[in-house]
Design a protein around this ligand. Sequence first.
Ligand SMILES: [Fe+2]
Length: 469
Amino acid sequence: MKRIIAAILSVAMLLSIGVVSFADFNAPRLTNEEWKEYYMSLRDENTLPTLNVGADETQVSLCWHADKAEAKAEVRVSKNADMSDARLFSGKTTPAENDSQLVCRVTITDLEENTTYYYQWHTGKDWSEICEYTTRSFGDHKVLVMGDIQITEIYDDGNDANQIREGYIWNNMLAEALEKNPDVSYFVTPGDNTSSGCTDGEWQTLLMPKALRSLPMAMAIGNHDKKGMTYNYFTNMPNEYYGKHFRGLDRDFWFRYGDVLYLFYDSTSGDAPDHMAMTKEAVALNQDAKWRIGVVHHGIYGAGDAIGDLETELLLTTIFAPIFETYDFDLVITGHTHSQGRSHFMEDRKVVAAAEGGKTYTDPEGVMYLNASCATSTLVLDTDAEHLAYTYRNETPAYSTIEFIGNKLILETRKGDNSELIDTVTIERTTDERNDNSAKNVVKRLAYKIVEFVGFVYTKIDTLVRMFA
Ligand SMILES: [Fe+2]
């Protein structure tokens, strides 16, 4: 009996001191009226911080705007709620999209797993409110995925009705997902974070949900973000790769969390040589990663206008699918079509193996594609495509979680308002060996040199067209 009581007390102590912590996110679900009041209290600022993933699980980054005359790129971090014994992290300030502010970027390092931290960023005048961030396990962990957040701008006539509505849906989608999944480590989204890509207000509303102070985000670039440059001023992504031919907003990036290597591609760029170069570099530096996950905005093998669409066929399938296939990616996350669906295992534009919901697939051939719906509105399709394992037909947006447990990747997709299960599938890897250098993949990558040349020419023509447009 004494041993049992001692064991119970030990667990209670561990929980109380935060060594094992699954503290809920501060993610309140709001009524329309509550959201509108909260939205109006923040609408006319642009200083909310973005919390982004770091280069690995021991890091996160912050990015925020501050007045030009006072801006300081400093964050302090403590394990104590009163900010005692805080560590100071300094970063860089860079020009903002306006003349009155600077963008501050700081990376926080040396984080320990399963630990609660408190942090403040310097607003220029003073330290900000104290926010809380709890790291999870650096091994087995869970990730939250939602597609196209795509917050609309406030129109020139001051009409903010769409922005209010989309912010409300976004906030409550997050609230639902985090209430049911309080153990997620970070958030992945395949781009179109904003609608015009040109106004601060889109980012301000995107960043309003309080949970985002505690949930690091990894955010791809979408075609809507590419309409402007604001992504450049509101994000702080790790290992950004600017390549030889990228220009403007173009960039890829990668990061590592535990056994998982993520490679994010700017699918609005046809610059195949740089996409391949980033892949080679990231893969070479992460040979020991068990899982390889790709993230691109466009729905290469997704639901909706994925196949048969000229842009998708030529620019995307030709450029990206061979990268994913010859480097043996396990899963690719896409968006853009605003329709939720998941593919079977794909290779050479064909289904090479079925991936039915509810089943486990061990060391499968081919690549699976998850096409995330839009986090703020969803298209309901009336057609199926052969490459899809399912198509979600509902106007309520969906969210997905990916859980990495041991040698399993468990993908679940749930309805955004009540977390009803839509789809689940499991991939199991019995070996960490990759076939990157198999004869087939080496030959395919040699053939890909033609794609790299055509992609290079395409980007040059595209540049000229834009210059004279
Ligand atoms: Fe898009």
